[in-house]
Write a protein that binds this ligand. Structure first.
Ligand code: GLN
Length: 498
């Protein structure tokens, strides 16, 4: 039966793939419906930096032709997606939401995006983000902030979609993309997913190739999917993951059949509840949803075990030393010589050119991180900060490994609050950093971690629950996520005001 455009944009990854495969609708019809939805929402939400409707249609036409010719279809066949503008895309501007890469058109494709195209996905456009993925609200983008499709009950105040993958979270929750890529260095998939009522998983460090992703903090950066539900995340992660000889930290392990093996029956599993995450003055709604999550996992058959992650309180300071340190080194390549912006004042020498280029090319948050990073790496302070932070990182990993002797998966809130208002946090960088408190420990330990929507707060805004698993155990994380999804009955979606 033919479907209307809004019926098509209501479908997620699995449903689109199935409908296209069965011939219920064509991939071109799906791409057309999402292209129109993107164009209509763009002025209000600013979720994209670059629109590529022709790419979505081109990929869709290829899928329709393959189907007509009886060729096998890929895992993402006929699914148009949004691509975070941190993934290099051949011939399409890749800005990292910065001025310094404002007109950068890569001559190469990132491994992850290539895998998605090979699996039959198409590109709706390049999604907005915090500049160089540094931020938790999308307000550091040089292309203007994303506006969340969500609003508090009875209020028209503009809210943050989370960050740094805020274009991704806004687009998926507004149903202008069935799914999107994200990257997570210290929570940038999980926190925006939680803020907008969608699902997102950061896999084990090394699962997805970092090749062709603009680097922020290389020992932490991981790509992952953001989608409407757990199954869609599993499908898309299978398409994104896999060994890549071009990334020296890539995991040389086969990609499991996460989707086929999804199983929400948790009998025989143990779920850890970390005492240290129950912080003084914790938001009452966040605490309530966490308690509900515990009850849901019990209902799914799991045994609940209290655990200690003793060094949790040091995770945030350690992260905000290690991530800027690596960023300061990674961002040294933007010098105006090789590519990107060049600001060459009249009569200027080389040093002046570097200074002028970097002054004009980086926003305030990126400059702050470069300064913190070079400071903690400087000869006089290296041991006091950087070495110390690395030791703390080891202790945090050990806490998790000890806990995983007893439990199979850990349940915690994704973020300490629901979405905050635009402008509410930017003036105080430390307050903004605190929003990452529950997300950074799993990043420092390189563990798979997922956020699933679990409920609404008293203002009608989504809250997420986080599942953290053993290294390589994305399956355990997805399964526990599915158990929560099945019981939370989360069907809320933003009212369409754009
Ligand atoms: N909000 C964190 C930061 O600003 C995490 C960002 C990310 O994961 N890319 O560093």
């Amino acid at each position: 039966m033919p479907k209307t455009a809004s019926e098509l944009t209501d479908l997620g990854v699995a449903a689109i793939r199935e409908g296209v495969a069965k011939g219920e609708f064509t991939a071109v019809e799906v791409a057309g419906a999402f292209n129109a939805a993107v164009a209509a929402a763009q002025p209000a939400l600013n979720a994209f930096i670059t629109l590529t409707p022709e790419k979505a249609l081109e990929a869709a036409a290829a899928v329709d032709a393959d189907r007509a010719a009886g060729k096998p279809l890929g895992k993402m066949a006929g699914v148009p997606i949004g691509m975070k503008d941190l993934f290099a895309t051949t011939g399409t501007k890749t800005t990292a939401a910065s001025n310094i890469l404002g007109n950068f058109v890569p001559p190469y494709e990132s491994t992850v995006s290539q895998k998605l195209w090979d699996a039959g996905a198409g590109m709706l456009g390049k999604l907005n983000l915090d500049q160089f993925a540094m931020g938790s609200s999308n307000e550091t983008s040089a292309f203007g902030n994303v506006i969340s499709p969500w609003r508090r009950e009875g209020s028209e105040a503009q809210l943050a979609p989370g960050g740094s993958s805020g274009g991704s979270s806004a687009a998926v929750s507004a149903r202008i993309a069935p799914a999107a890529t994200g990257t997570d260095t210290g929570g940038s998939i999980r926190q925006p997913a939680a803020f907008t009522g969608i699902s997102g998983i950061k896999p084990t460090y090394g699962r997805c190739s970092r090749w062709g992703i603009v680097a922020f903090a290389s020992s932490l950066d991981q790509a992952g999917p953001m989608a409407r539900d757990v199954r869609d995340c599993a499908i898309m992660l299978e398409a994104m993951a896999g060994f890549d000889p071009k990334d020296s930290t890539s995991l040389d392990k086969p990609v499991p059949d996460w989707e086929a093996n999804l199983n929400a029956d948790l009998r025989g599993k143990k779920v850890g509840i970390p005492r240290e995450y129950r912080m003084d003055g914790m938001d009452a709604d966040v605490a309530r949803v966490w308690d509900e999550g515990i009850a849901w996992l019990k209902d799914a058959g799991a045994e609940i075990v209290d655990i200690n992650l003793a060094h949790t309180k040091y995770a945030l300071p350690a992260y905000y030393i290690i991530a800027p340190a690596e960023a300061s080194s990674n961002l040294a390549r933007y010098d105006g010589v090789r590519y990107g912006l060049r600001d060459l004042p009249q009569g200027a020498g080389l040093q002046d050119m570097y200074a002028a280029t970097r002054a004009a090319g980086f926003g305030p948050e990126v400059k702050r991180r470069i300064m913190i990073g070079t400071y903690v790496l400087s000869a006089g302070f290296y041991d006091a900060y950087y070495t110390q932070a690395q030791k703390v990182r080891t202790l945090i990993s050990r806490d998790f490994m000890d806990a995983f002797q007893t439990v199979d998966v850990i349940l915690a809130p994704t973020a300490p609050t629901a979405a905050f208002g635009l402008g509410e946090m930017v003036s105080d960088p430390l307050a903004m950093y605190l929003n990452d408190v529950f997300a950074v420990p799993a990043s420092l330990a390189g563990l798979p971690a997922m956020s699933v929507p679990a409920g609404l707060d008293r203002q009608g805004l989504p809250l997420g629950l986080q599942l953290i698993g053993r290294p390589f155990d994305e399956q355990g994380v997805l399964d526990a996520g599915l158990a929560i999804e099945a019981r939370a009955g989360f069907t809320a979606r933003p009212a369409k005001w754009w």
